[in-house]
Design a protein around this ligand. Structure first.
Ligand SMILES: *Cc1c(COP(=O)(O)O)cnc(C)c1O
Length: 416
């Protein structure tokens, strides 16, 4: 018994309403047909599966263990003392994984399934670099090459992450690059193009189409990404000694939130426990799709190359203002999470990065861990909620990452 789950949990089977499937837009080429050409076949299969529990391949499970799963579940006694009203706070520490975030939980199976398809390379996009770093680590362990298109502005400002990706053996291109037609066109139109996530996705897809033995793997809101993360919540259910009254996570596309909460929510929806547990999804005011978005079919990528999905969205052309919580600067939320919000199963809250980082500093000083700016949004909600809850209440939250690769975020806090 290692404590690492043997299956991923698929919430689609327990949702109060059927999950609206991905769709092609009315005009243009079929995006679903394109995905079939470029993505690992098993991942597409998982996107539409009706299995409740999908087996984790032994090789993937073994890598999870080598990387440090199960991750620790800890009691935040320092933070509890600071709040001082007898509310108990537990957190799952995904920052304990190499790379410092939960993203490896899906990078490992995605790279694994690419290798099972016979691929020699995986290509992907990355904004701030957390996803690119996770893919680089997974590709190194599985023994294939990672090619990462990183938005140029981040490539120039986040040198440490570029260097670490290269240390793991990845090929990292600033996007726009010179190796795809989209990159070349973008630079022709604007020699100082700063790059965008949408452009980086287009470049990664074009790179895959140009050669043999290449697969594209997405870091974004597809349902299989959320499903891979459910190892977090299944472990937490085994580790936590008491039933939580409130479970909290931050939301970029929804994967770390879903990873922690879905196993709890599924049990609640099936009437198998956690009847009184509330679930709170916390977003950034820079990208407030949960609190202000519209529920409609939209593209998950700003380039419109991927199939449309029904979700809470600010529109795929929405450009969030700059924020240190780069992982939360995303225009939409995964279809299953959007549906759970619409149905009132999941509550929502938005904070500014200043509000979040202030809570991040309190957490660092009371627990000893510098949290990722993204995770600090969850911590802010935990503190605000705890203050209003009666003595003896229990809160669980996801510390999705540490902030040791985000010195610029804390530099700003310390200057103010
Ligand atoms: C990427 C990231 C997020 C946001 O992405 P989700 O898919 O919503 O989980 C949150 N926290 C950290 C540390 C991240 O790296």
């Amino acid at each position: 018994m290692s404590g690492v789950p043997t299956h991923w949990y698929n919430i689609a089977v327990d949702l109060p309403k059927p999950l609206p499937p991905p769709m092609d837009p009315y005009e243009g080429e079929s995006r679903i047909a394109l995905l079939n050409r470029i993505m690992p076949s098993e991942l597409l299969h998982q996107e539409f599966t009706s299995l409740m529990y999908v087996p984790i391949p032994d090789e993937v499970r073994e890598i999870y263990m080598r990387l440090g799963r199960p991750t620790p579940l800890r009691r935040a006694r320092g933070l509890e003392k600071l709040i001082g009203n007898g509310v108990k706070i537990y957190y799952k520490f995904e920052g304990a994984l190499p790379g410092g975030s939960h993203k490896l939980n899906t990078a490992v199976p995605q790279v694994y399934y690419a290798s099972k398809d016979g691929a020699k390379e995986v290509a992907t996009e990355t904004g701030a670099g957390q996803w690119g770093l996770a893919v680089s680590i997974a590709a190194a362990l599985i023994g294939i090459k990672a090619v990462v298109f990183m938005t140029k502005s981040s490539y120039l400002s986040k040198r440490q992450r570029v260097m670490f990706m290269r240390t793991y053996g990845a090929m990292v291109y600033p996007s726009p690059s010179e190796v795809t037609k989209y990159g070349v066109e973008a630079v022709k139109a604007n020699p100082n193009h700063p790059g965008s996530l949408g452009l980086a996705i287009s470049e990664a897809i074009d790179y895959v189409l140009q050669g043999e033995g290449r697969r594209y793997i997405p870091g974004s809101v597809l349902e299989f990404v959320l499903m891979h993360q459910t190892v977090i919540g299944q472990e937490a259910i085994n580790q936590i000694p008491e039933e939580p009254d409130l479970v909290v996570g931050c939301v970029g596309g929804g994967s770390n939130f879903a990873g922690l909460t879905y196993p709890f929510i599924g049990a609640k929806l099936r009437g198998e426990g956690f009847e009184k547990t509330r679930f709170l999804a916390v977003e950034s005011k820079a990208a407030p799709k949960l609190t202000q978005g519209r529920y409609e079919y939209d593209f998950p990528d700003s380039g419109g190359l991927l199939p449309m999905i029904r979700m809470l969205t600010l529109g795929h052309n929405y450009v969030p203002p700059p924020s240190h919580a780069a992982g939360l600067r995303y225009h939409g939320a995964a279809p299953s999470l959007s549906l759970l919000v619409k149905e009132g199963v999941v509550e929502t809250r938005a904070y500014t990065q200043e509000e979040a980082l202030e809570a991040g500093v309190l957490f660092a000083r009371s627990e000893g861990i510098i949290p990722a700016p993204e995770s600090s949004h969850a911590i802010r909600a935990v503190i605000d909620e705890a203050r209003r809850m009666p003595k003896g209440s229990v809160i669980l939250f996801n510390l999705s990452g540490h902030g040791l690769l985000d010195p610029d975020a804390y530099e700003k806090v310390n200057a103010s």
